[in-house]
Design a protein around this ligand. Structure first.
Ligand code: AMP
Ligand code: ZN
Length: 137
C-alpha cells in the first residue's frame, strides 16, 4: 500500500534518504527537516494511510509503543526535559503531509516553542450537550 505521489511513502521505504533513528518492517523513525526543537522526530508507517482515521488499530497501538521506546532513546541521547507528541489530521488541523505520522518533539528549558491552545469558557449545559452528541445518549 504505497502512493507514488507521496513523499513519506518514498522516505519510509528508503527511496528518499533521511536521517533515520530506527527502522523495522513496518515503521521508520526519522528526524524532521524543519524541527521545532533539537531531535524533533517523526514516526512514519511504511504503508500509506492518509491519517489516523485510516490507520489500522493494530498500527495505532504499535505507533504508541514505538513512541515510548523512542522517547527514552532520544531523552538519553539529547538530555531533553520533556516531550510533546503531536499528530495532525486534516489541513484545518495543520496537517501538511497526508501520510500518517506522529511528531515527537523533545522539550528543553527556554526552547522558544509553544505547543498548546487557548482554553475557552464552557458551561455545564454545553459540556452535557457535547457529551451526549458524542456518546449518542
Ligand atoms: P504535518 O504538518 O503534521 O503534516 O507535518 C509534516 C512534517 O513533515 C513537518 O514538520 C515537516 O517539517 C516535515 N517534513 C516535510 N518533508 C520532510 C522531509 N523530506 N524530511 C523530513 N521531514 C519532512
Ligand atoms: Zn504515503
Amino acid at each position: 500500500m504505497k502512493d507514488d505521489n507521496c513523499i513519506f511513502c518514498k522516505i519510509a521505504n528508503g527511496e528518499i534518504p533521511s536521517k533515520t533513528l530506527y527502522e523495522d518492517e513496518r515503521f521508520r523513525v526519522i528526524l524532521d527537516l524543519g524541527p521545532a526543537t533539537k531531535g524533533h522526530a517523526l514516526i512514519i508507517p511504511k504503508n500509506h494511510y492518509p491519517n489516523l482515521y485510516e490507520l489500522p488499530e493494530e498500527d495505532a497501538g504499535d505507533v504508541m509503543k514505538l513512541a515510548k521506546k523512542m522517547m527514552i532513546k532520544i531523552t538519553d541521547g539529547l538530555g531533553c526535559e520533556g516531550f510533546n507528541l503531536v499528530q495532525n489530521n486534516g489541513d484545518l488541523a495543520g496537517q501538511t503531509v497526508f501520510h500518517f505520522h506522529l511528531h515527537m518533539i523533545p522539550r528543553y528549558q527556554a526552547d522558544g516553542q509553544t505547543i498548546g491552545w487557548k482554553p475557552q469558557e464552557v458551561s455545564q449545559e454545553e459540556l452535557e450537550e457535547v457529551k451526549n452528541r458524542i456518546t449518542g445518549a
